[in-house]
Design a binder for this molecule. Structure first.
Ligand code: C2E
Ligand code: CA
Ligand code: CA
Ligand code: CA
Length: 278
């Protein structure tokens, strides 16, 4: 306990120096988190905005820490990315999401599970093979997983990312550009990337009811996606008015607190079965 308290503050703010003692103990703690089963898979629903039904969920990790409680991802994901631990975490989330897709299918719900990947994952040439090995025994079709990647993760090393993404796409995984509009947007790369979906960043969606510029950005992104043959998802859907605006603009899917907050995976199937569109 003394040890975890000692590095507690680091999770909350410090920029960790990779070699420091504190950083080593946080890394040790994270390894234990996996071994001791402290990570939790939360799921947030994705809805078809035209038809109103549940089409999938985004897998979002939380750390159920023995003394700190439920730690949000932004307090350990950046550190995990910095140290390379993210690969172990991504594998954990991917296999959890795949198992959940299987469980939902067995319960009569065809859901697509979205999983976030980081730059480090894209740089791992063995990733496609690892994912395939994980999915085969579960009999989960690659198309029931969607891999979300941010523009900045791709632009770190675009050629290498492109090669991994092409490989994953050829295997049948759906690919989505996350936080679209906030990274170093490169339309030239967007054109070359084998993506299926654009996910409009929540900052635009949350502001569009009061700011005309945000509303225009949302509208243009929906048009851009459709013109490129991609489907488009709005995240940060917080009000019934936002739903109406997005549906009117032709946005395909929505995700946000108005529909449902991320919930423990154990609650999702019951939630989805009782969901009624407004
Ligand atoms: P993200 O991928 O952009 O995920 C969406 C975040 O927006 C989630 O925060 C979600 O709870 C939040 N959100 C969804 N709807 C609304 C809404 O209507 N209003 C508001 N204000 N927020 C909403 P969360 O779960 O805290 O995750 C934060 C970030 O942590 C994620 O952003 C993602 O970048 C990262 N993350 C979470 N889980 C994983 C993971 O398993 N792997 C990786 N690499 N990153 C993860
Ligand atoms: Ca995401
Ligand atoms: Ca996002
Ligand atoms: Ca984000």
């Amino acid at each position: 306990a003394a040890k975890s308290r000692q590095c507690g503050s680091l999770i909350y703010h410090a920029q960790l120096d990779a070699g420091s003692q504190e950083s080593l103990s946080l890394l040790t703690e994270l390894r234990h988190a996996v071994e001791d089963n402290e990570l939790r898979l939360f799921l947030q629903p994705k809805i078809d905005l035209q038809k109103g039904h549940v089409v999938g969920a985004e897998a979002l990790v939380r750390w159920q820490h023995p003394t700190r409680g439920l730690v949000p991802p932004m307090q350990f994901i950046p550190f995990a990315e910095q140290t390379g631990f993210i690969r172990m975490l991504s594998a954990w989330v991917l296999s959890g999401a795949a198992r959940f897709a299987r469980e939902a299918a067995d319960a009569g719900l065809a859901l697509r599970l979205s999983v976030n990947l980081s730059t480090r994952d894209l740089m791992d040439q063995d990733l496609p093979a690892k994912i395939e090995a994980m999915l085969t025994p579960l009999q989960v079709a690659p198309a029931s997983l969607c891999l979300e990647i941010t523009e900045s993760a791709i632009m770190d090393d675009p050629e290498r990312a492109l090669s991994t993404l092409e490989h994953l796409h050829a295997m049948g995984f759906k690919l989505s550009i996350d936080d679209f509009g906030t990274g170093y947007s490169s339309l030239a790369y967007l054109k070359r990337l084998p993506v299926d979906e654009l996910k409009i960043d929540k900052s635009f969606v949350m502001a569009m009811e009061r700011d005309l510029d945000d509303a225009r950005i949302v509208r243009s992104t929906i048009e851009l996606a459709h013109n490129l043959g991609l489907s488009v998802v709005a995240e940060g859907l917080e009000t019934v008015k936002a739903w109406a605006m997005l549906a009117h603009l032709g946005c395909d899917e929505g995700q946000g607190y108005y529909i449902g907050k991320p919930m423990p995976q154990e609650q999702f199937i019951a939630w989805a079965k009782s969901w009624q569109p407004p």
